[in-house]
Design a protein around this ligand. Sequence first.
Ligand code: OGA
Ligand code: MN
Length: 305
Amino acid sequence: MLTATRPQFTINRIGKHLGAEISGIDLSQELDDDTFARVAEAFFDNEVVFFRNQKLTPAQQVAFTRRFGILEQHVRKESRLAGHPEILIVSNLLDDKGNAIGSQDAGRFWHSDLSYKAEPSMLSALYSVEVPIKDGRILGDTSFASTTAAYAALPEATKQRLQGLKNVHSYRYYRNKNARAQEEELARGGRVIQEHMPTEEQLKTVPDVETPVVRTHPVTKRKGLFLNEAHTSGIAGMPKAEGDALLAELYAHIIKPEFVYCHQWQAGDLLMWDNCAAQHKATFDYDLPQRRLMYRTTVRGTAPF
Ligand code: OGA
Ligand code: MN
């Protein structure tokens, strides 16, 4: 007799516009097609979902997330997990030589993953292996903002103004902005970040792209704001000062508390976010000896429209 695992699961919405906990699912097991389809539906509906108390090997994380589409291998090769090039290590840990084992500065600014690619990421999944705790307090939260809810709440006149506008997403802009932020942090006496900076050669593989400011979600068809302070270098064809003022206004709007869900991590969380419908940002309120180790898989998306 066929015994497909068909778990009953529950979905608990947490944030006002995004963020839900899914319980009753063990992601180390292969989900039957029907369960997977319902998980995917819940994911796109809630924009951010998480599963607590998972015990996943890198191969199991890859197997689950691969069901959503093609997995990316990050431009920064040095931050990939050995033997699993689809996994990007996001961590503050260092190896024996004092070098970063992964990306230490992921999420310093609000962003969506790989928005600088012609086919930006559809979704990312972050699995927490170690979560920093100090004096009983959990550190290193990640915040998420719904860009679809933010768009829906804009005044009609602003929606009209944004219609047809494009913004430039640039990995080079991001690299430079990050480098500046690191220098400023060092000048303030902050921590040294052993970051893997992309090389010129790596940068050349991701040329700047122009994408619509108002993007339609390929699955839900919701409209959302597709621009972010990490990767957007400007509004295409608009004088810089005017474009920057518009961007500043939209960035401030997107992160209004009503559009934000802040995730406090526990080891064993698998959390997924929709890069077309949400932005996210890290909180760097921890440092060694508090250890943070996360594994990210990233699913390729389609060209924005
Ligand atoms: C990422 C990211 C933020 C964090 O992994 O894409 O932005 O809090 N992470 O680790
Ligand atoms: Mn990110």
